[in-house]
Design a protein around this ligand. Structure first.
Ligand code: AHG
Ligand code: MN
Ligand code: MN
Length: 300
């Protein structure tokens, strides 16, 4: 059995980074338990103007408290917090970005949702995704699974509630050139380039898989390949998903597994963020398909 800590040590991670990854990933037991009492919606909106689920705010408050008390993080930006949080008393310089609960519209359906985290070694949270020191996500499915990259490929671990350890599930992922896709948005609002991309998928016999949870649909890409996309539209050219909290951490992980992430024109991990809740159109998945998508965009 390979435990998370041992594995991160074998990757040469500094003790404080190991401590931070273990601290946050070990909160998933408490978050999983909180679903029982938090099935409804608050009457508040987040910074993206979206109604907050009780679990959005529960997970957000819980992780902010735990991370703040740890003294491991200088700066924290959350999808659920308008402003960036600074912990002046921190003994470390890590900057952390998080989507405390991704896919929250699915809570009432009991489909897989999860938590997304990105960690920068130091400095501001407003850095390109390519500068991430580590990124991980957890998925609440039949197992509570942690998928992590510290820049040495991608590994997954399963939470064992008996021993209260994360045990190595898979020590290497390589995104295959799949043939499935999932797209967010509404057909009548899609832009010509996106319609051409979908036409390419259909002409090549791609099948559709879209759950409503980016983190779950993205995890499928690691296993089966293919594409997840939430495109820009006529009404919202920037799309729906957030650069800091969703695109960058998941894009870092998929890239570490040999896949790619683009907005149709550029590698999203190269984008210099200007504001915390900045959005971006997203195509993420198999490298070859992403290369084709960028060719379609360049000629539309
Ligand atoms: P969040 O729950 O953090 O707001 O994220 C939801 C995102 C993403 O996870 C998912 O793929 C997408 O929104 C679903 O959007 P639609 O409901 O518009 O399909
Ligand atoms: Mn999300
Ligand atoms: Mn969320």
């Amino acid at each position: 059995m390979v435990f998370l800590r041992k594995y991160l040590e074998s990757c040469g991670c500094e003790p404080e980074l190991i401590a931070l990854i273990r601290l946050v990933s070990r909160q998933m037991g408490a978050i999983r338990k909180a679903f029982l009492e938090n099935q409804m919606y608050e009457n508040t909106l987040n910074a993206s103007g979206e109604l907050q689920a009780q679990m959005d705010t529960w997970a957000d408050n819980h992780l902010i408290r735990v991370v703040g008390e740890s003294g491991l993080v200088r700066e924290l930006a959350s999808e659920e917090q308008e402003e960036i949080i600074r912990f002046e008393n921190s003994r470390c310089e890590y900057a952390m970005v998080m989507d405390p609960l991704d896919g929250s519209s699915l809570i009432s359906t009991n489909l897989a949702v999860g938590t997304i985290v990105g960690i920068f070694e130091k400095g501001s949270v407003l850095q390109p995704g390519s500068k991430l020191r580590a990124a991980f996500y957890t998925i609440f499915g039949p197992l509570t699974v942690l998928v992590v990259s510290v820049g040495k490929g991608v590994q997954s671990f399963a939470w064992d509630p008996e021993t209260e350890h994360y045990l190595l599930l898979r020590d290497r992922f390589c995104v295959p050139e799949g043939s499935q896709y999932g797209t967010g948005g509404v057909r009548k609002d899609w832009l010509p380039a996106h319609l051409k991309v979908l036409e390419y998928f259909d002409q090549n016999g791609f099948k559709i898989r879209y759950s409503g949870s980016f983190v779950a649909d993205c995890h499928q890409l690691l296993v089966y390949g293919g594409i997840y996309t939430y495109p820009g539209s006529m009404k919202k050219p920037e799309g729906k998903l957030r650069l800091l909290f969703e695109a960058n951490p998941l894009g870092f992980i998929i890239t570490q597994a040999g896949g790619r992430i683009t907005d149709g024109k550029q590698n999203i991990l190269d984008i210099m963020p200007e504001k915390p809740h900045q959005k971006t159109p997203i195509y993420i998945g198999s490298k070859g398909i992403i290369d084709t998508i960028e060719k379609i965009y360049s000629t539309t």
